[in-house]
Design a protein around this ligand. Structure first.
Ligand SMILES: Nc1ncnc2c1ncn2[C@@H]1O[C@H](COP(=O)(O)OP(=O)(O)O)[C@@H](O)[C@H]1O
Ligand SMILES: [Mg+2]
Length: 341
């Protein structure tokens, strides 16, 4: 695997804050992003996500530490080299940042003109891009005539026009409704798949990250509090900030109040289990129940599929002999996480 982006010990303290000891926007960040992956950065507002993203194309300089893109220290680049870097790192924004006075064609063509492309090549490239983003008939529309989703399609076409190897997406779907968000998420996935572009997705929305990213880091107050495979993060969030972001997305884990109410209604033994591919691939639950002569009711839960892998959580009430239930629970616990309550 080729490393495309690396941050080592990166900190950022914005100047000019009244309180000199105020918390830095980023504090000692280490991060490695491989060529061709979609990497997610998630965190609440003010966590430092945009600051981190802007360092990758040299729009922001670290106070300490180093940012390498394709092995090159971004801080050591000359102005000319920095311009070249920005052609190989496209960016899309929450507010689209289109030029309102230019047509859709003009918006997408501008970075190519700046890069010195020939008119005929520009026309062909913009035509191909418009087809790719599904705006074939809109070349001469103005941004104000487009819906939010269409504007973001133009933003994406413009960002990938000069064939960058990296695309930075800063809350690209945050101004869009859920249906349009899904369409833009699909488009970003095809940008990654068809052109092999490495994508760094910044968002505060767990559902966006879970549909897009292979690996994620959770940012909180300028720190990476947790990193890992998206499925591992969703199924077993280790840090409270992660659990908060996952929990408000899935709403599958039970609060103590909900458990008390369920204890009143279901008098068998009660457990909650993590559902992932290990549990779904074989009919584990029904096989163990049959082998140990245990019955169960599903009393709460949900299983979603994230990028073709199941994950979720189920709560069960168990009925049978105590020793049989014990054996059932202990064998289930060797397959997945089990909480008895
Ligand atoms: N240009 C700036 N000047 C001073 N402070 C800034 C600037 N940009 C961001 N900040 C501060 O840095 C912190 C992180 O901001 P930001 O990177 O925009 O977070 P996020 O994108 O996660 O919302 C915040 O406290 C924010 O107020
Ligand atoms: Mg931001």
């Amino acid at each position: 695997m080729t490393e495309r982006i690396r941050l080592t010990g990166v900190s950022k303290q914005y100047p000019g804050k009244k309180d000199a000891a105020s918390a830095p926007a980023l504090d000692n960040i280490d991060l490695s992003i491989q060529a061709g992956e979609i990497y997610g950065l998630i965190g609440r507002s003010g966590a430092g996500k945009s600051t981190l993203l802007r360092m990758i194309n040299g729009l922001e300089a670290p106070t300490r530490g180093e940012v390498h893109v394709d092995g090159v220290d971004v801080q050591k680049l000359s102005q000319a080299e920095l311009r070249t870097l920005r052609h190989s790192v496209g960016m899309v924004f929450q507010q689209f940042s289109l030029w309102n006075s230019r047509t859709v064609f003009g918006n997408i063509a501008t970075p190519l003109k700046i890069a010195g492309w020939k008119e005929a090549d520009i026309a062909r490239r913009v035509g191909d891009l418009l087809d790719f983003v599904g705006l074939g008939g809109k070349a001469f529309a103005r941004p104000r005539q487009l819906s939010g989703g269409q504007k973001q399609r133009v933003g994406i076409a413009r960002a990938i026009a000069s064939r960058p190897s990296i695309l930075l997406s800063d809350e690209a779907t945050s101004a869009l409704d859920p249906q349009t968000t899904t369409e833009i998420v699909d488009l970003l996935r095809s940008v990654n798949r068809e052109f092999g572009i490495t994508i760094v997705v910044v968002t505060h929305e767990m559902d966006v990250i879970s549909q897009l990213a292979d690996r994620v880091s959770i940012l909180s107050d300028g720190h990476i509090v947790e990193s890992g495979d998206i499925h591992q993060i969703l199924a077993r969030p280790a840090h409270p900030v992660t659990a908060g972001l996952v929990g408000s997305y899935t709403r599958t884990s039970l609060t103590e109040t909900e458990r008390s109410a369920l204890r009143e209604r279901f008098h068998g033994r009660r457990i909650s289990i993590v559902v992932d591919d290990a549990l779904v691939d074989g009919p584990v639950l029904s096989r163990l129940a049959r082998e140990h002569a245990v019955d169960f009711s599903i009393i709460q839960g949900g299983v979603a599929r994230v990028k073709d892998q199941p994950y979720g959580q189920l709560s069960l009430a168990l009925y049978g002999d105590d020793p049989a239930i014990d054996r059932f629970v202990s064998e289930l616990a060797s397959q997945t996480e089990v909480i008895s309550w």
